[in-house]
Design a protein around this ligand. Structure first.
Ligand code: MG
Length: 379
């Protein structure tokens, strides 16, 4: 049973291109299903989250990350009476616009695009579902509902928001999206904070000893030691992380339930007009989460071995972009066709098409394209 402040098919703002309602599914189920069937979703399997795909088979990729976000999101959605299908659709789509090579790839492409309007991965995720996926006869993109698109566009610079009409307005007016969008956002953070602890430990770049300086890790780590003396190190870590996730998820459910009740919100429109999110950590948990994030930033993301691959990744993106701008005949024919049809003589539009092509690449495809074009082997 959905709460009155949940998104519903009946209250949906609908799709850009109207379609008959699905016979045996809800509107948001249809959105989720379209995301799962699109090519950009399959590419997530070979895109870096933190560790480059070929560094090991057990590390998270953008695909497994997105599935974990959906899992955490669905659990919280059900507990709060929110729309699980919408939460799942947003979670599975939220990273579709990510470049190869994780955040360093995104930073590099943004640098390349400085004179052409910049590159934002959230905006690119929206661009993937709105226009870049070409699968359906009657509309461009996936023609998703407003609510799913609202959730996918998690952040947006004001200059870009202004061009997006209704969808961008909340960034200019400092309003909130629906609760499912707020939830997918926090589930994203819960997922990566926890799986990066796991991947970081597995990689050996950080140790449990170091992590014990972080309360969110140390408390459950002690609890496991007390309850299961002599447990092997790997299982000790897993038992710790499941407790970390459980504590944070429980905190978000209980805090959000209170915030929603206190707000008196009775519909998704009420939620959208609030000045601040209603899906949130308690103050204490926000502090602990911040401590963990700082730890990961200083000890894992900034680790010398991570930044070494980062450096190679940036070089690849920069060199690909420069090569495509110098000679657009290096692009695949369908991109050359797009340039002929929509961008001839327009440098900004040509750069955007090259950026779309690069952003869509998987890590290994980017390595191959770079080797094809420059004759260098950086992998
Ligand atoms: Mg994410």
């Amino acid at each position: 049973m959905l709460a009155p402040y949940a998104a519903t098919d009946a209250a949906s703002r609908g799709r850009a291109y109207p379609e008959p309602a699905p016979a045996y599914r809800g509107e948001f189920q249809r959105d989720r299903d379209r995301v799962i069937h699109c090519a950009a979703f399959r590419r997530l399997e070979y895109k870096t989250q933190v560790f480059v795909n070929h560094e090991g088979d057990l590390f998270r990729t953008r695909l497994t990350h997105s599935i974990e976000v959906a899992q955490i999101g669905r659990s919280i959605a059900r507990a709060l009476g929110l729309n699980e299908d919408l939460t799942e659709a947003i979670a599975l789509a939220h990273d579709l616009g990510h470049t190869p090579f994780g955040h360093s790839g995104q930073d590099a492409l943004n640098d390349c695009m400085q004179d052409y309007g910049g590159f934002e991965h959230n905006l690119q995720s929206l661009r993937v579902v709105d226009v870049l996926e070409e699968r359906y006869a009657e509309f461009p993109g996936l023609n998703l509902t407003y609510e799913t698109r609202e959730g996918v566009l998690k952040h947006c610079a004001p200059k870009n928001a202004a061009a997006l009409g209704e969808l961008g307005r909340r960034f200019l007016e400092h309003r909130q999206p629906g609760l499912e969008a707020q939830l997918a956002n926090i589930a994203d953070e819960i997922a990566y904070n926890n799986h990066d602890v796991d991947d970081g430990l597995r990689s050996g770049l950080i140790t449990a000893g170091q992590l014990r300086s972080v309360a969110l890790f140390a408390e459950p780590h002690d609890e496991v030691a007390r309850r299961h003396p002599g447990l092997d190190a790997r299982r000790h870590v897993y038992e710790t992380i499941r407790r970390m996730i459980n504590r944070v998820v429980t905190d978000v459910i209980e805090t959000s339930r209170r915030l929603i009740a206190d707000s008196g919100a009775n519909s998704i429109e009420d939620v959208r007009h609030r000045p601040a999110p209603l899906i949130a950590y308690s103050t204490g948990m926000r502090e602990k989460t911040r401590e963990l994030k700082h730890f990961l930033r200083d000890n894992l993301y900034a680790h010398e071995l991570v930044s070494r691959t980062t450096h190679g990744a940036k070089k690849i993106i920069h060199e690909l972009f420069a090569a495509f701008l110098r000679d657009t005949r290096l692009l695949p024919t369908q991109y050359q066709d797009k340039i002929r049809a929509h961008a001839s003589g327009d440098g900004v539009a040509v750069a955007r098409i090259a950026a779309d092509y690069i952003a869509g690449m998987t890590d290994r495809y980017a390595y191959r394209e770079h080797a094809r074009i420059t004759g260098q082997d950086v992998a």
